[in-house]
Design a protein around this ligand. Sequence first.
Ligand SMILES: Cc1cc2nc3c(=O)[nH]c(=O)nc-3n(C[C@H](O)[C@H](O)[C@H](O)COP(=O)(O)OP(=O)(O)OC[C@H]3O[C@@H](n4cnc5c(N)ncnc54)[C@H](O)[C@@H]3O)c2cc1C
Length: 394
Amino acid sequence: MDFELTADQREIQALARELADTEIAPNASAWDRDQRFPAELFPKLAELGLMGVCVPEEHGGAGADFLSYILVLEELSRADAGVGVTVAVHTSATTLPILSFGTDEQKTRFVPPLARGEQIGAFALTESSSGSDAGSLRTRAEPDGDEWILTGDKQWITNGSVAGTFVLFARTDPATEGARGVSCFVLGDEHVRVTREEEKLGLNSSTTSDLVIEGARVGRDRLLHEEGRGFRVAMATLDGGRIGIAAQALGIAQAAFDVARSYALEREQFGRRIAGFQAIQWKLADMATEIDAARLLVYRAAWLKQQGLPHTTEGAKAKLFASEMARRQTAEAIQVLGGYGYTKEFPVERYYRDAKITEIYEGTSEIQRLVIARAILGKQLREEPVARPQGTHS
Ligand SMILES: Cc1cc2nc3c(=O)[nH]c(=O)nc-3n(C[C@H](O)[C@H](O)[C@H](O)COP(=O)(O)OP(=O)(O)OC[C@H]3O[C@@H](n4cnc5c(N)ncnc54)[C@H](O)[C@@H]3O)c2cc1C
């Protein structure tokens, strides 16, 4: 086994860290307080290739590997988790599915503006009545000659109000309930209308919008992958996307640890630094250990994905552990800072608010456990004879 990052990976990590330290971290509290999407930041990320880190150069990206992209998300999220999710949704949930499932024409047409950061991407799956049960979505796409007409609404779409390209899911077979009647489309901002901007507990520098699609007429060339196979696009996208959210959680937890450690070495009570108290030392030791464990899970999942190996269960484990760890350890960081941790004078209360969402989006912790349990038990459960109530016939 090799636990070393390559020289290229270390270089891109350092690049992202420097940008995060100079351009993002100093502004993050203000963006959070003002609930402001920092539009001016993304051209800078684009200039450094960070809006298309793992997109091949021939499609306008930086041509780095998936683990490099995960390192970038970790660094951005360490400074501001809202910036982290903006880049994560833009890349994992919009650019990569078009690269994986698009025709050559679709890749040539839609990917370069995203990878070069000329446009921001959004992923529109969730609706007001379909969250975890995404296959029950109601937005519909009806064929009309060579075109599709899309009608419906979407809820809580990250980047919804700033995106130029949307990977959007709609039901193309009204007779089929559930996942099998769903198809995937690539839409432009001219096809959707933003109806509402969500107010949130945290992640305030990212936009989360409700959308309506009002009879948008699009050509057949905007269907991504096969008709009726959109759910496969969604699930494959979320398999990779979850590793990005796990990296986001990791970055938030690392930021909280860094603040807690420095504070513990400075703050004095009872005539000594609080880092001298075993109670505080144990908190820091537990934080460092759990962060390390999460990092190993996240990097392993990323490595599997970039090798083209199965990574569904490993990605689910990484997201489950990293997100719950981030929620626990950002709370512990507040505890280390005492009353100051609860105030806006330090960023740990923001980390705590930001961490919570990582347990919810791109599949809640309950859904991650379901994915993991299926992998552990699935085959044996399927092989088990179905118990039938007495008196029934097979
Ligand atoms: C800030 C933010 C950004 C988002 N960005 C996007 C985006 O860009 N694109 C997009 O499409 N969506 C986005 N979402 C939606 C997000 O993915 C959903 O909120 C999430 O999938 C959960 O769905 P839900 O909120 O409807 O919860 P529900 O599915 O209603 O779940 C409620 C509770 O029931 C539990 N539950 C549900 N089903 C089961 C089950 N089978 N077994 C056990 N427990 C279960 C859940 O775990 C949860 O605890 C975003 C949400 C937020 C808050």
